[in-house]
Design a protein around this ligand. Structure first.
Ligand SMILES: C[S@@+](CC[C@H](N)C(=O)[O-])C[C@H]1O[C@@H](n2cnc3c(N)ncnc32)[C@H](O)[C@@H]1O
Length: 316
């Protein structure tokens, strides 16, 4: 149980495909529930392994979600995981991650509300340490400002707000921003002290830059593909240089850009180059950087290379 040794964390991956001897099977513990994911219907041996984990971790219910791009794009009901064993989950329930609480749902479509593979990056913000000697914030976190560009349920912002930083959250979904407000409340943070902006991230980044706003940390974690009325089609693999170029002017001097991407078939090397191209085009320089690997419960192998690309970049 690679990530399960921290008693304050009850949301982590138990089985990561081939690296764990289970080709195309992914199993996550989400508090009292298990979520199994596979492109194919579950086999008997896979159901047996679920029973084993269910008993070992005292799990209430086991859900299954078919991994499939078409399912992802279909209705909320079709995309949501379905119960295969045990008790149904409440509409929403809470999980713990290193002392923080996040609201999850297995009834809200393809995603559950928390990307487990980002755990260590959330911790980096919470602990104000990218790695030893490389803090996230150069000055006191409590005096810092964070722009979270594709904020989703604001998990990064919850961690930033816990350090005392003020956050601005941009997302094209009002539902997710409301979910983010709830996540803040769950952690004793008043969302009224933070900004939540509904709209297209690229459009808003331009507006904020025009106003001359700068931040100590700018987070870019776009979806693989997005379409908005304001900016048209965004495709991570093609448009990351442009995104990084739009973000760099918003990073104050000595501030941090956290650039992430989860697009399959977009190599880590190309991603890094694209981010650097964007930063160069905006005439900024990188003075320190760190490439974060996937956490230990998402082991990358030659057959299943890392899907997540994460660069922490201090700009002058
Ligand atoms: C990959 S998720 C971000 C995950 C988040 N950073 C986290 O760690 O929890 C992508 C988010 O981008 C939002 N989104 C998609 N297109 C967008 C756009 N053009 N502008 C702003 N947000 C957008 C989606 O609603 C979704 O919440």
């Amino acid at each position: 149980m690679r990530a399960g040794r921290n008693p304050e964390t009850n949301a982590y991956r138990l089985i990561h495909g081939e690296a764990d001897g289970w080709k195309e099977l992914y199993v996550d513990r989400l508090g009292d529930f298990l979520l199994m994911q596979s492109p194919q219907p579950l086999t008997d041996p896979q159901i047996d392994v679920a029973i084993e984990w269910k008993n070992r971790l005292n799990i209430s219910g086991v859900y299954y979600k078919q991994l499939n791009r078409l399912v992802q794009a279909s209705t909320k009901r079709n995309a949501s995981p379905r119960l295969v064993m045990g008790l149904e989950s409440p509409d929403t329930f809470e999980v713990q991650e290193s002392g923080a609480t996040f609201r999850l749902s297995l009834n809200e479509g393809y995603s559950t509300g928390l990307f487990l593979d980002m755990r260590e990056n959330r911790q980096r913000i919470l602990n104000n340490r990218v790695e030893p000697g490389f803090p996230v914030f150069e000055s006191a976190p409590a005096n810092s400002f964070v722009l979270n560009c594709f904020a989703y349920t604001c998990a990064f912002s919850v961690c930033a707000a816990r350090t005392g930083a003020a956050t601005t959250n941009l997302d094209l979904s009002r539902k997710y921003l409301d979910w983010g407000r709830d996540n803040m409340r769950l952690n004793g943070i008043d969302p009224g002290h933070h900004d939540f902006i509904y709209g297209d991230a690229l459009d808003w980044m331009k507006r904020l830059a025009k106003r001359g706003d700068t931040y100590d940390l700018v987070i870019l974690d776009p979806p693989t593909f997005s379409r908005s009325k304001k900016s048209g089609v965004f495709q991570a693999k093609r448009n990351y240089p442009n995104l990084a170029k739009a973000a760099a002017p918003l990073v104050g001097k000595g501030g941090m850009l956290l650039a992430c991407c989860n697009a399959a078939g977009y190599s880590g090397k190309k991603f890094k180059e694209d981010v650097r191209i964007g930063i160069r085009l905006s005439r900024r320089k990188i003075v320190n950087s760190f490439t974060a690997p996937q956490p230990p419960d998402f082991p990358a192998t030659a057959k299943e290379p890392a899907h997540l690309k994460v660069s922490w970049l201090r700009l002058n």
